[in-house]
Design a protein around this ligand. Structure first.
Ligand code: SAM
Length: 195
């Protein structure tokens, strides 16, 4: 096993979150392969677990920026338990992993960030709100910035408790002339935009 990936596994393992090691490794490899000058956009960072995998991946590749979009007001399940601002913990995660300069935090919703966005996206990672309408909105708002050959990755595509991501994947990726499915690792489904 690649020792770099083992090191990221250890760092990411110290951060709360739902991402499996296999899913993290997939994000690392996708980020590593993004061509130079293309942005990596993350919708839903929470405490930074997937952000660290993405940032370490591009560090090993073309050293692109990871734009980490999250209003940091707490994730759905945790707000009811009193969770408030996740931004300080997110920053600590980036700092401990040594990737603070690789990541541009956008502390806002995906819709707000899309209003100001300019430039192309080489990898779009969607792990925000899992409601169908929200996943669909995130995908449709951001897919316009994907270049031919760019990747999109959706989390939680086969969790029964969250039918939203699976339905979006089915409607917009699986049954699509625009995208080709490329990976299915644990609950992540990825697709490439056709050239
Ligand atoms: C499942 S967590 C993300 C987990 C993270 N990717 C990880 O690896 O641990 C979902 C996150 O999405 C964020 N979120 C919810 N709605 C959002 C939106 N409209 N735009 C961006 N982020 C959003 C929440 O604040 C929460 O932190």
């Amino acid at each position: 096993m690649n020792s770099q990936i083992e090191q990221v596994k250890r760092l990411a393992g110290e951060i709360d979150g739902w991402l499996s090691d296999a899913e993290g490794e997939l994000l690392y490899k996708l980020a590593k392969n993004v061509p130079k000058g293309q942005a990596i956009v993350e919708i839903g960072s929470w405490k930074g677990k997937s952000t660290v995998w993405l940032a370490k991946g591009t560090e090993a590749g073309q050293k692109n920026k990871v734009y980490a979009i999250d209003p940091h007001r707490g994730s759905g399940a945790h707000v009811s338990e009193g969770e408030e601002d996740t931004y300080p913990t997110f920053l600590v995660s980036l700092s401990k992993a040594g990737v603070i300069n690789r990541v541009v935090p956008l502390v806002m919703t995906s819709s707000e960030a899309a209003q100001y966005w300019q430039g192309s996206v080489g990898l779009l990672w969607i792990d925000g709100s899992h409601e169908y309408e929200h996943v669909k909105r995130d995908f449709l708002l951001w897919k316009q910035y994907l270049l031919p050959g760019s990747m999109v990755a959706l989390h939680d595509c086969d969790k029964k408790e969250y039918p939203g991501p699976a339905r979006v994947a089915e409607e917009y990726l699986v049954n699509s002339d625009e995208f080709v499915i490329t990976h299915h690792v644990d609950t992540i489904l990825t697709a490439t935009k056709r050239r």
